[in-house]
Design a binder for this molecule. Structure first.
Ligand SMILES: *Cc1c(COP(=O)(O)O)cnc(C)c1O
Length: 402
C-alpha cells in the first residue's frame, strides 16, 4: 500500500508542478467531510473552489449519474439526446435566462461568452470588424486558457505565455468611474466577477454594480457576470447578482453545476447574445452530453429542494459572526457573503499558508490565497455544530503561536 509520502514523491516525480497542494492525500468524501488515506477526517472548508456546494458524493446526484451512465453517456451534438432539452428548461426557469449554451469547464464558458459578445458586437451593435473591446477588472480570475490569461493581471498566470489576444481593457475592480471612462463606442462587454474569489474574496463597494448596470444599459454594453464561483448558492442567493438587485445580460456558471461529479458549465444569456451563434460557429464534443445534463439537473434540484441556498445564507452569517468574535491580533479583517468567507491576516502573521497547515493538523482544510488570506467555503450543507467545531479550531490556530 502506498503511504502518504509515496503519493507525494510520485506526484513530484511524474506530475507537472503547476500546483502546490497541502500535503493531504484524500480518498473519500461525504457531505462536508473528507478522509485521507490514513483514515483521518477533515472538515472541507474549500469545497473544491465551490464545485462541491452540494456536499461530497451527494447521494441523489450520484443516483442520477449512475442511472444515466447505464443508459447513454455521449452522443455529441451531431445528434440530439433526451437530457438536453429538460436541462435547458430547468436551468432557464431557475435563473430566468432565455438562452443556454452548455460547455464543460468554467474557462470554456468564459471563452464562449467572449466569442458570443464579440459576434454580437459586430452583428447587432454595429462595431467595425476587428475592433471589439471587452472591459475586464484588475485582479480578475476567469480561468487558465490562452484567451483568458491574456487579460489577467497576475504575473504568475500570464508570465511566459504570450503573445496574447488583443481587445481587452483592464480597469480597477469596484470603481464605477474608471469603468465609465473606459467605455468607447467599440465596447461590447464588461466581464466581471460579482465578488472576486481568487483575489481573496473581494467584495465591491455598495452601489457599484447598480451603477455598472446603468452604464452598461446606457452604452449598449453587455454585462457578463462570471458566477462560476459565486453562483449556485455560494453567497446565500442562487446568484450573487441578487445581492446587488441587478440582472446580468450573460451569466456564467460552472463548478457546482455538477455538484463536483463532472465538469459542466454553461453560458446563460438573454436571447440576443447567444442568438448570434449559428450552426458550425461554436461547439464542444462533450458540451451538452446526456451524462452531464442528467448530473446538472440533479445538482440544481438538490440545491433548491434541500434548502442549501437558505442554509448558505444562515450558516454564512453564523460562521462570519463566529470568526469575527475570535480575539486575535493576527486578524486584519473577516469578510464574506453567505458561505464565501475570508480571514485576512495582517503582515506580521507571516502569510496564511502556515495557518492552513496548522488547521489541517486540527482537521480543517482551508486554502490560503494571495499570501495573507485564508479562504473559507464549506459545502452549503454545513450545520451549526460543525461550524462551532470549526470555529474552535480557528480560535486555536489564530490565538496561539503556530
Ligand atoms: C474556477 C473559476 C473559473 C474557471 O473554471 P475552470 O472549471 O477551472 O476552468 C472561472 N471563473 C471563476 C470566477 C472561477 O472561480
Amino acid at each position: 500500500m502506498m503511504i502518504a509520502d509515496d503519493f507525494i514523491s510520485t506526484e513530484h516525480r511524474l506530475g507537472a508542478h503547476n500546483y502546490q497542494p497541502l500535503d493531504v492525500i484524500l480518498s473519500r468524501g461525504e457531505g462536508v467531510w473528507v478522509w485521507d488515506v490514513e483514515g483521518r477526517r477533515y472538515l472541507d472548508c474549500l469545497s473544491a473552489y465551490s464545485a462541491v456546494n452540494q456536499g461530497h458524493c451527494h447521494p441523489k446526484i450520484l443516483a442520477a449519474m449512475i442511472e444515466q451512465a447505464k443508459k447513454l453517456t455521449l452522443t455529441s451534438r451531431a445528434f440530439r439526446n433526451d437530457q438536453l432539452a429538460p436541462f435547458y428548461e430547468e436551468i432557464a426557469a431557475l435563473t430566468g435566462s432565455h438562452k443556454v449554451l452548455p460547455m464543460n469547464s468554467g474557462a470554456e464558458a468564459v471563452e464562449s461568452a467572449v466569442k458570443a459578445v464579440r459576434k454580437w458586437g459586430y452583428e447587432v451593435k454595429g462595431v467595425p470588424e476587428g475592433k471589439a473591446e471587452i472591459i475586464v477588472a484588475a485582479d480578475n480570475f476567469h480561468g487558465r486558457t490562452m484567451g483568458i490569461v491574456g487579460f489577467s493581471t497576475d504575473p504568475d498566470a500570464r508570465g511566459g505565455f504570450g503573445p496574447f489576444a488583443p481587445g481587452f481593457v483592464i480597469v480597477p475592480f469596484g470603481d464605477a468611474k474608471a469603468f465609465e471612462k473606459a467605455i468607447t463606442p467599440n465596447t461590447v462587454a464588461f466581464l466581471v466577477e460579482p465578488i472576486q474569489g481568487e483575489a481573496g474574496v473581494i467584495i465591491p463597494p455598495a452601489g457599484y454594480f447598480t451603477r455598472v448596470r446603468e452604464l452598461c444599459t446606457k452604452n449598449n454594453v453587455t454585462l457578463i457576470l462570471d458566477e462560476i464561483q459565486t453562483g449556485l448558492g455560494r453567497t446565500g442567493r442562487l446568484l450573487a447578482e441578487e445581492h446587488e438587485g441587478i440582472e446580468a445580460d450573460v451569466t456564467l456558471v460552472g463548478k457546482a453545476l455538477s455538484g463536483g461529479y463532472y465538469p459542466v458549465s454553461a453560458v446563460l444569456s438573454n436571447s440576443e447574445v447567444l442568438g448570434v451563434l449559428q450552426p458550425g460557429q461554436h461547439g464542444s464534443t462533450f458540451g451538452g452530453n446526456p451524462l452531464a445534463c442528467a448530473i446538472a439537473r440533479a445538482a440544481l434540484k438538490v440545491l433548491v429542494e434541500e434548502g442549501m441556498i437558505e442554509n448558505s445564507a444562515a450558516m454564512g452569517e453564523y460562521f462570519m459572526a463566529g470568526l469575527k468574535s475570535i480575539r486575535s491580533n493576527l486578524v486584519k479583517e473577516v469578510r464574506g457573503r453567505g458561505l464565501m468567507l475570508a480571514v485576512e491576516l495582517n503582515a506580521e502573521a507571516g502569510g496564511a499558508r502556515k495557518y492552513c497547515y496548522a488547521l489541517k493538523d486540527l482537521g480543517v482544510l482551508a486554502k490560503d490565497t494571495h499570501g495573507h488570506t485564508i479562504r473559507i467555503a464549506p459545502p452549503l450543507v454545513v450545520k451549526k455544530e460543525e461550524i462551532d467545531w470549526a470555529l474552535e479550531q480557528f480560535d486555536k490556530v489564530l490565538t496561539k503561536e503556530v
